[in-house]
Design a protein around this ligand. Structure first.
Ligand code: 6GU
Length: 281
């Protein structure tokens, strides 16, 4: 996969691209990231990229007659043009679904704004996919572009090693729940112990504990994730659940995922109801 980043501050990306997983992926040729300084497309002696807004007001606006030719030329730098993404707080929110969609592309151009934004005619002419990374204001699109690269590269086959597999990540396909609590040695620290079940060696029970932990946590912290489609339990799990309820009298049954929430219905009647509704559809 190839990314072309169009920015006035290419230096922002350099440290980020030369570390860790991204560095490895680039070195292995699984990923290409090309940085373009948009100022190279300024054609006057002052290298002007922005100007004061018509109608007055604070800040500066990126000029249409600089940005459009820049994007058009960068599009010719590879065999095929790429999908144009503009990073802007006015864009559609970046979610894991959007990340999954972007990961299907062969080539993506990331157009980073600064100052007050782009002349609106940039949007009209180039019709970019406008993306925001959240409801807060950044100084520019560079950090947002890095977020797009980081989240998309995880889904490209061969980019992450097995040990960093993206399959079970929070929000990845088939798992829209938050991740379960994790523990490693020591078994006890300052009087705090590891949940007994994780030490039991009973893999079935451990899996059910993990699922239950994820659901409880999601319900408590991000109930919005359980709305709509996210309520669905995947088909596989439904089958497993059926099997388990057939052997209802076996001791394993103690670790049924629902038990944790059902244990305190009086405290959290809504939560318990919601879990019922959400996981049992
Ligand atoms: Cl993509 N750009 C800026 N400047 N601010 C943002 C953003 C993008 N996403 C959230 N806030």
């Amino acid at each position: 996969m190839r990314f072309d980043v169009l920015t006035l501050f290419p230096g922002i990306f350099e440290g980020y691209l030369s570390e860790s997983l991204l560095k490895d992926a680039i070195e292995r040729g699984a990923l290409e990231v090309h940085l373009h300084n948009m100022r190279d497309w300024a054609n006057d002696k002052h290298n002007t990229m922005d100007d004061r807004p018509f109608g007055g007001g604070p800040g500066m606006v990126l000029k249409v007659d600089r940005i459009v030719p820049c994007v058009e030329e960068v599009q010719t730098f590879a065999e095929r043009p790429g999908r144009l993404v503009m990073l802007t707080p006015q864009g559609r929110p970046l979610t894991q679904r959007v990340v999954e969609e972007l990961a299907q592309e062969e080539r993506i151009l990331l157009l980073c704004g600064r100052y007050e934004g782009f002349d609106q005619r940039v949007v009209e002419i180039l019709q970019p996919d406008e993306i925001s990374i959240g409801d807060y204001v950044l100084n520019g699109g560079e950090v947002a572009a890095a977020v797009v690269i980081d989240s998309v590269m995880r889904l490209i086959p061969g980019v992450l090693g097995d040990e960093n597999s993206a399959v079970v990540d929070s929000f990845s396909s088939g798992n829209r729940l938050l991740e379960e609590d994790q523990y490693t040695r020591p078994r006890e620290y300052r009087g705090l112990t590891v949940p007994e079940i994780l030490l039991s060696g009973d893999h079935g029970a451990i899996e059910r504990w993990r699922l239950s932990n994820r659901r409880e946590k999601t319900l408590a912290r991000r109930p919005d994730l359980l709305d709509g489609e996210e309520m669905k339990i995947d088909e596989d799990e439904k089958k497993k659940k059926k099997k388990r309820s057939k052997k209802a009298k076996e001791p394993e049954q103690i670790a049924e995922p629902e038990n944790v929430v059902e244990a305190k219905p009086s405290e959290t009647p809504d939560a318990a109801d919601a879990t019922e509704n959400n996981v049992d559809v």
